[in-house]
Design a protein around this ligand. Structure first.
Ligand SMILES: Cc1cc2nc3c(=O)[nH]c(=O)nc-3n(C[C@H](O)[C@H](O)[C@H](O)COP(=O)(O)O)c2cc1C
Length: 383
């Protein structure tokens, strides 16, 4: 059997880092700038290899089937997440690569096998981000029926996920007589190398939170105000304490980075791309859709959310000098977050400065350990 590599999602770093949305046109910046992220395969390969060699924990794509309109049709051009992840697993050595999968658009027997295949390609480095759905026009574009209310969309998601878990455990064919799935003599071989993979979920509603607490190893939530996040995280951890789990639930968030030698340079660049050159029509479309169909953001801070959307799709701002950015990450950690995704206007061009200046500062603060590629493969780190 192939040598099973450690999955870096379960390493000892107190604050995990990964790239988010590099498979999508524009990444996380809803800007009209000509130098906005071009999500070509060539650029994705470059960003993935940079992240891999720097010792980041994960790569997370967005599954998106139609864009948000506006001048740029933000996220109108998106690389499909499972094929993207499989190819990146073959092209990297250490990093965990996730596929993001909509429950309603993907049959669980197919997904079980896709993830097991990814895991074999990456020798134990695959991950699954489960999306139970929120974007109504996207569902209409696929001619499917989004369970529009949260109760049924998460009930469907639960059965979908239970089928996958069983497929990953059972050696022999079995029948499944559920509410949504009726399967005869079904099975899926190979299994993932450890019979499962790290599970991400991002939910804001009470039904979604229950789903995440029951099924996910890592739950994502927005960090609009850290005082609010602190309370929210304490509440989620309390909820999770009542569930028997294989791994303590970690709470992660998503951030955008503008890091420059001086604070004024960083702030000016942020203003330039995300205020002067924002794609406001796309920003407003995303916010309208999210407020109608999801509970991802508090609705009482619209102006702040609007600004953060144009700069980083609603992410937490890590803007300023390397010390400012390291301080921001330390504040996220203090609020209870165990990690964050990172996005940059141009991942491949902007990340090396972060790697050289911010990562050592996080190591000096004890939030991360220096990356030692040999240690990254220690079997002790395995899930
Ligand atoms: C980090 C992160 C990644 C997400 N990825 C996707 C995605 O790729 N595709 C998608 O349709 N929704 C995605 N979502 C949306 C969530 O899966 C979820 O539907 C949303 O937060 C609404 O939660 P609710 O169902 O509890 O209201 C993501 C959210 C976050 C915070």
């Amino acid at each position: 059997m192939a040598d099973i590599k450690a999955n870096r999602m379960f390493n000892n770093n107190k604050f995990k880092l990964g790239f988010f949305a590099a498979n999508c046109s524009g990444g996380m910046a809803v800007t009209q700038l000509a130098e906005r992220w071009d999500n070509s395969w060539e650029n994705n390969l470059k960003m993935a290899q940079l992240a891999d060699e720097a010792g980041l924990e994960f790569l997370l794509p967005i599954a998106r089937w139609i864009g948000y309109g506006g001048a740029t049709n933000f996220h109108g051009n998106v690389l499909e997440t499972t094929t993207w992840a499989a190819a990146l697993l073959a092209a990297t050595r250490y990093i965990s690569v996730f596929s993001t999968v909509h429950t309603s658009f993907n049959h669980p027997v197919v997904v079980a096998k896709q993830l097991a295949t990814m895991d074999q390609i990456g020798q134990g480095r695959a991950g699954l981000n489960v999306v139970c759905g929120w974007n109504r026009p996207e569902y209409e574009a696929l001619g499917g029926d989004l369970p529009y209310d949260h109760v049924s969309r998460y009930a469907y998601g639960q059965e979908w996920f239970d089928v996958i878990q069983k497929l990953w455990q059972e050696e022999k064919p079995f029948d499944w007589e559920g509410h949504y799935f009726k399967l005869k003599e079904t099975y899926s071989l190979p299994h993932p190398l450890r019979k499962s993979v790290p599970i991400f979920n991002a939910a804001g509603s009470s039904e979604g939170r229950e789903f995440a607490v029951r099924n996910a190893d890592f739950l994502f939530t927005s960090a609009i105000s850290l005082a609010r996040s602190e309370q929210e995280i304490a509440g989620i951890k309390k909820q999770a304490a009542n569930v028997i789990r294989r791994h303590p639930l970690d709470i992660l968030t998503f951030s955008y980075v503008v890091c420059c030698p001086t604070r004024s340079e960083a702030e000016e660049y942020q203003h330039y791309y995300s205020q002067q050159h924002a794609d406001w029509a796309a920003v407003d479309n995303i916010i309208r859709l999210m407020f109608e169909n999801a509970e991802s953001f508090p609705k009482d801070q619209l102006q702040l959310i609007r600004d953060r959307f144009s700069a980083g799709h609603g992410g937490f701002p890590l803007v300023g000098t390397p010390d400012d950015v390291a301080d921001g990450i330390a504040r996220l950690h203090q609020a209870g977050f165990s990690g964050s995704t990172l996005s940059f206007v141009n991942y491949a061009q902007d990340f090396p400065y972060f790697r050289d200046e911010v990562l050592p500062r996080l190591e000096a603060r004890g939030l991360r350990e220096p990356f030692r590629p040999d240690a990254a493969q220690r079997p002790g780190e395995a899930a």
